[in-house]
Design a binder for this molecule. Structure first.
Ligand SMILES: *Cc1c(COP(=O)(O)O)cnc(C)c1O
Length: 490
């Protein structure tokens, strides 16, 4: 556009140079991923790098090549490290290359998935339908891709609240509720539920934490007693939130029994499956989540055990009408039309957001490329690795398991005879920090029934048994060293 027209756009001025640079970025990205094992899992940012993130607002241009060079220097080496084979902290996915391409191509497509008769929206619907099938939910169920599990749980709890509140919450609001609503979950539940109920205006008191048993599963007698007590006190039980895999130890609640109890009591049966719902596709272990298919709603997290690059969560709701009744709303500027781009149901009628990204493509491409069976085998593989690590720990005289291993989460610690809890916590924290700072591996920690524990969540398709061996060798090496210095200082 040089014939006197000064119209500007964001497109490259030199397409050929941009093409060459973009090709280089893809080449570099592949090398980066292929060599991930050779680098530290994580490293702290040096001060000059940290300072670079306080740069002034760029008023003028900089060649993309220089922007990229700065990104390679100041950003790339200081990632979380969850793409590394020895990352087992908290509960992350490890990403995958096809998913990364999917994110890129989704941005090139550029569609807004709030609504519209686009192939992107059709892809989103297809991915939700596939996840529905993977969970054993009926094809008539509805669903929505979310940013993650927190939002997916919140969708389920919002639909539950509106369906069972007994008043029209959308019109009257929660101040019209004649009685306090109550939701039940185990004392092992994720904090996402408390946060959701706080945001839903019901207050943290509306969440009753039911005691868990020695296997960290919700105690069903305690659950029944809590429901009866609330009814007697004039409160209104609404929903039970069962865990298909708790974050702390990976415990899976008795989903069948909780489902039966919910039906008997007329309560909503919600499953937080952010960790374990996908076990449903793992041939060797799917029996562990029997009963999941009976839930009224389930939250799951493709960015965890499907390794979809962040972010991707999903909420499924058995009764699509209740889901839609909770979230559908159209302004005059957003009328559905029989034909044209605004034809068909809006995806935003099932989500909190109006504008929605094309998260579905990265899942769609990976699922098509690998097939669901492969994803199932990778889940089995991680569970078997959890069992292997547990067996190695059990054999070692200084290491102690701190919770039964149910799936891929192993809680244990290094123990010195006679050391009290505070000393043991300090020792294990130091072991963990040394291993993190050396970049060898990335365990995290937690507290299990008042006892500090190192926690290894093997949610990683790159991990091998040799990685786990190396990690335990390092734990014991640091533990022995620290023990010796403890003894020599008295
Ligand atoms: C991770 C997790 C969540 C929260 O999911 P995000 O994707 O992090 O928002 C909720 N519940 C459980 C059991 C989880 O493990």
């Amino acid at each position: 556009m040089t014939n006197g027209d000064s119209t500007e756009s964001l497109d490259p001025q030199d397409w050929a140079a941009t093409r060459a640079l973009a090709h280089r970025m893809v080449d570099d990205a592949i090398t980066h991923l292929r060599t991930v094992r050779d680098r530290p899992v994580w490293q702290s940012m040096p001060e000059d790098v940290r300072a670079s993130y306080h740069a002034p607002l760029p008023m003028g241009p900089m060649p993309l090549e220089r922007v990229y060079a700065e990104m390679q220097r100041n950003l790339q080496p200081y990632a979380m490290g969850n793409i590394h084979p020895r990352f087992w902290g908290w509960y992350m996915g490890a990403g995958n290359f096809t998913g990364a391409l999917g994110d890129f191509l989704a941005a090139i497509d550029g569609s807004n998935l709030g609504g519209g008769d686009t192939a992107a929206a059709a892809t989103d619907r297809q991915v939700v339908a596939w996840l529905t099938e993977m969970m054993g939910f009926p094809a008539t169920a509805s669903g929505t891709l979310t940013s993650g599990g927190s939002m997916a749980n919140m969708v389920g709890l919002t639909v539950a609240r509106n369906a069972l509140a007994g008043v029209d919450v959308r019109t009257e609001g929660i101040t019209a509720l004649p009685r306090g609503l109550r939701f039940y979950t185990s004392d092992q539940a994720h904090t996402a539920h408390q946060k959701a109920l706080e945001i839903l205006g019901l207050g943290s008191r509306s969440l009753r934490l039911v005691a868990s048993d020695e296997a960290f599963r919700m105690d069903l007698n305690a659950l029944a007693a809590a429901i009866a007590e609330d009814r007697a006190a004039g409160r209104q039980p609404v929903a039970v939130i069962a865990a298909a895999g708790t974050t702390n130890t990976g415990a899976i609640d008795d989903l069948k029994a909780i489902g039966a109890l919910c039906r008997r009591e007329g309560l909503w049966f919600h499953i937080d499956g952010c960790i374990g719902a996908l076990i449903k596709i793992a041939p060797g272990h799917r029996h562990l989540v029997d009963g999941l298919e009976q839930a009224d709603s389930v939250a799951l997290d493709p960015h965890k055990w499907m390794h979809t690059p962040f972010e991707a969560g999903c909420a499924l709701v058995r009764n699509a009408e209740l889901h839609r009744n909770t979230l559908a709303l159209h302004g005059e500027y957003l009328e559905e039309k029989p034909r044209g781009l605004a034809a068909g149901e809006f995806l935003s009628d099932y989500s909190f957001e109006l504008s929605r990204g094309f998260k579905a493509l990265k899942i769609w491409m990976s699922l098509k490329e690998q097939g669901v069976e492969k994803f199932g085998r990778l889940i089995d593989q991680n569970i078997e690795q959890g069992r292997y690590l547990t067996a190695q720990i059990a054999k070692h005289p200084r290491l102690k398991l701190m919770a039964p291993t149910s799936i891929n989460i192993v809680c244990f610690r290094y123990e010195v005879a006679g050391a009290d809890e505070a000393t043991t916590k300090a020792l294990n924290t130091e072991i963990m920090l040394r291993i993190q700072e050396a970049g060898t591996a990335m365990p995290s920690d937690t507290t299990v029934r008042g006892h500090h524990a190192l926690r290894v969540a093997i949610n990683n398709h790159r991990t091998t048994l040799a990685d786990l061996d190396l990690f335990l060798t390092e734990v014991v090496r640091h533990g022995t060293e620290l023990e010796q210095s403890m003894r020599s200082t008295g």
